[in-house]
Write a protein that binds this ligand. Sequence first.
Ligand SMILES: Cc1cc2nc3c(=O)[nH]c(=O)nc-3n(C[C@H](O)[C@H](O)[C@H](O)COP(=O)(O)OP(=O)(O)OC[C@H]3O[C@@H](n4cnc5c(N)ncnc54)[C@H](O)[C@@H]3O)c2cc1C
Length: 524
Amino acid sequence: MQDDYDVIIIGGGATGGGTALDLALRGLKVALIERADLTDGTSGRYHGLLHSGGRYAVRDPESARECIEENRILRRIVPHAIEDTGGFFVTTPDDDPAYADKWLKACRACGIEATEISVAQMLKEEPALNPAITRAFRVPDAASDSFDVLTALGAAIQAQHGTVLTYHEVIGLTVANGKVTGATVRNRHTGAERHLAAPMIVNAAGAWAGQIAGMAGCPVTVRPSKGTMVAMAYRFVNTIINRCHPPGDGDILVPVGTVAVIGTTSVNVPDPNDTSIQSWEVRKLLEEGEMMVPGFSSVRALRAWAGVRPLYEEGGDALGREAKRTFAVLDHVQRDGVAGLITVVGGKFTTDRLMAERAADVVCQQLGVTRPCTTKDYVLPDARVPMMTPKTHWLGHRLEDVETAKQPDSLICECELVTRSDFEQAARAHADIVAPWVLDDLRRDLRLGMGPCQGGFCGYRAAGILHETGHQDAPQATAALADFAQKRWKGQRPLLWGQSLRQALLDEQIYRGILGLDQLESAG
Ligand SMILES: Cc1cc2nc3c(=O)[nH]c(=O)nc-3n(C[C@H](O)[C@H](O)[C@H](O)COP(=O)(O)OP(=O)(O)OC[C@H]3O[C@@H](n4cnc5c(N)ncnc54)[C@H](O)[C@@H]3O)c2cc1C
C-alpha cells in the first residue's frame, strides 16, 4: 500500500511539527511521521524556558538574537502555552562579579531588554532567593509548555488537511537514481509496514537526524549532549532564575506549573537514546540550587529526567557547552548529491519556528512553490478550547475551572486538578486508545500523574475509567496501568531518599501490595 504526499516530515518534535504546519499553510499536502507520541523526543524532555537570549549573549550572539526575536513571536502566536513569568539573571557569591557588566553589554548588543534592579526589589518579588545575591537583572524570559505547543501544532496541521502519523517509525528511505522518493514506516502497535511517497522529505529527527540521513547515504554528525533536570515539589519562585555567569550545570530554575525545575547538566553521549541519569548529576543540581535558593536541597525532589540536545555545527567539532546553539538546514542535493532530502537540525525549542521557516523555504524553492511563510502571524488555537481566542497561560486556570464548574465533576488527579470529564474527553479523542502506552500519552495531554503522588492515586482511577467506559478490556487496561506505573517509576528511581522514597514505597504498596498488578499482568 502506498500513500502520496507533497512533503513527508520525519520527527514529531517542535521542529518537525513547525515545518509540517508551515508547509501545510503554504498549500502543500504534508505527512508528519513520529515514531512515538508527539514530543516524545527532546521537545518533551526539555527545561521549559522560552529564552530571552540572555544565556547566549556573551558567547553565542547569533543564537541570542534568534532567541529574542522568536521569543517575541511565540508570545504572540502560541500564548496559551506560555506563562509570562519574566526572568532574573542573578550574581550569587559563587559567580565572578565582573561577568555581569560584560553580560549586560552583550545583551544590549543583541537587542535583549536587560534592566538592573536592586537586590531589595528582587527579594521583594522573590523572597525565597539567596539574600547574599549581589546583583539582579530583569529579562523577558518566560516558561513554555511543549506539550501544549505540540498539541496545538498537531491540531493545526490536521485542520490544514495534513496527516499526523504517531507511533510510526521510519525504517528506511527509498533512494532511486540519486533521489529520495519516499519512506517506509512501521506501525509500532501492529507491526504493519507501509510506503509513503513524496518528492521531498524533511529530516527533523533532532538527535536522531544522523540516523535518518544515513538511510539515504548522507553523513550527518549530530553530537548528542544529554542534560538532566530535577522537578522539585514546590514552586519556590514565580520568575525564571538564571545565574549571571558563563553557562554551567544547574544554573537555571524554571517555575513550571506547580513545581520548579532545576537544570541542567551537559554530558556528551554516543547514543541519542541514552537518557540514563547518574547520581552525581542529581547531587550537582541540588547543590547548585542552594546558591539560588537557600534550603533548596532539603525540599522534596519529585522527579528526574533527561533529554538529549541535537547539537550540530556544519564543519565544526565543538561538543557540549562549547557548541553553538544555532541551527543548520542541509540541502543534501548540494551537499551530498542526493536530491529530495533536507535535514534541519540544532537550535533550541525557542527557535524551532524559525528553523521550520528556513527548512520550508528550501523545500518550496525546490518544488517551485512561491507562497511565503505565514507562521509568524498564524495564532495557534488552544486545541482544548478551540472556539476561544488564546490567552497567555495562567497558573490558576484549572483551579478556577474546577471551582466555577457548572456541573459537578470528580477529580481523578488531585495534584494536577484533572477532572473525570477532561480525562474522558481526551481519551475519546485519542487515535489509538487500546495501545498500552495510552495513559502516558494522556499524561502529556492533561499532566495526569505529574504532581506529588507521581501517579500513585490517579493511575488506577484512569485505567478503571478506560475499562468502565468500554475503551479497553481488562487485560488492555492492566497493560496500560503497568506501562504508566513503570514510566512514573523511572523518574522517581534516581531520587530514592527521604520523602520521595516514602512516596515511592506508598505507590508500590498500592500497585503491587493492594492491587496485585504483577499477578494481574501475568494472568492477563
Ligand atoms: C536538557 C535539555 C534542556 C533544554 N532546555 C531548553 C529550554 O529550556 N529552552 C529551549 O528553547 N530549548 C531547550 N532545549 C533544546 C530543545 O529542547 C531542543 O533543541 C528541541 O526540543 C529539539 O526539537 P526537535 O524537534 O529538533 O527534536 P525532537 O524534539 O527530539 O524531535 C525529533 C523527533 O524525531 C523522532 N524520531 C527519531 N527517529 C525517528 C524515526 N526513525 N522515525 C520517526 N520518528 C523519529 C523522535 O522520536 C523525536 O520525537 C533543551 C534541550 C535539552 C536536552
